[in-house]
Design a protein around this ligand. Structure first.
Ligand code: MLT
Length: 253
């Protein structure tokens, strides 16, 4: 298994799609997706365009759909929700399909949707994603940060580092490989692990340092930052079942 980290969707090469690609948007799209599926949403369907979201979701029974839309951190007019994971309670999303569009996260998913397996990861479901990778052993894995409009985001890279750190450690502990050197596909991956090692006990502090974290602070989303900075709290892996549609899987599936 070789892991490659790309800080933004723009950095993803025009190479043949890998065996597994993972979209990461810790603040907040992939945290919201994991939370909605954990709390019983039937599926999450992601769109980069709001018009397309409206068109597709119009064909869905109104009582079985929720429309979540975010741009610039704020809720989009005409949608039921913005992009706060805290709004995705079991009472609200249970049994429904969440149609979602966000500034960067859903665009990132679209960029990698042709990979054989497409997952989403955030800090909250890091352990489940790691276990899934160790169980399925894809040969090539791309971990792609959503960033912010083409620029690097600390929180996405630290999550990529957290995934790689845990895989390297578990391989080192078992007899079949030898840690980071064996799995690192590019320099960005090694740097991401160092970032995680530096901040692993202060992830919430890192969220406050990050430029999008500061944007969310200006929008008074303090509880979202706290929620998104938690590690290994949700035991599920969002997995693409058809382009743009994610359902719940578990770490050993
Ligand atoms: C994004 O896609 O850029 C985000 O998830 C923004 C946010 O809602 O925090």
């Amino acid at each position: 298994m070789k892991l490659y980290l790309f800080h933004t969707p723009e950095q993803v090469p025009d190479a043949p799609a890998p065996d597994c690609a993972i979209a990461v948007d810790v603040l907040r799209a992939t945290t919201t997706i994991a939370t909605a599926l954990h709390n019983g949403a039937e599926a999450v369907q992601a769109f980069s365009s709001v018009d397309q979201l409206m068109q597709v979701s119009d064909a869905w029974p109104a009582e079985q759909r929720i429309r979540a839309g975010e741009r610039g951190g704020s809720k989009l007019e005409g949608c039921d929700l913005g992009n706060s994971p805290l709004d995705c309670t079991a009472e609200y999303v249970g049994g429904k399909r969440l149609f979602i569009t966000t500034t960067n996260g859903t665009r990132c998913l679209e960029r990698i949707q042709s990979a054989v397996t497409v997952l989403t990861a955030a800090l909250v479901n890091r352990r489940a994603v790691v276990q899934h990778l160790l169980h399925t052993r894809p040969e090539t894995v791309w971990i792609v940060g959503s960033g912010w409009e083409g620029t690097y985001s600390l929180e996405d890279t630290v999550c990529g580092g957290a995934i790689a750190y845990s895989i390297a450690n578990q391989l080192r502990e078992s007899s079949d490989a030898h840690g980071l050197g064996a799995i690192a596909g590019n320099d960005e991956l090694v740097a991401a692990v160092s970032l995680y090692e530096q901040w692993r006990d202060r992830l919430l502090d890192l969220m406050y340092l990050a430029s999008h974290g500061k944007r969310l602070v200006r929008l008074e989303c303090f509880d979202d930052l706290k929620f998104c900075a938690q590690t290994d709290t949700l035991d599920l892996v969002p997995i693409q079942k058809e382009p743009g549609v994610l359902v719940k899987s578990y770490s050993n599936a």
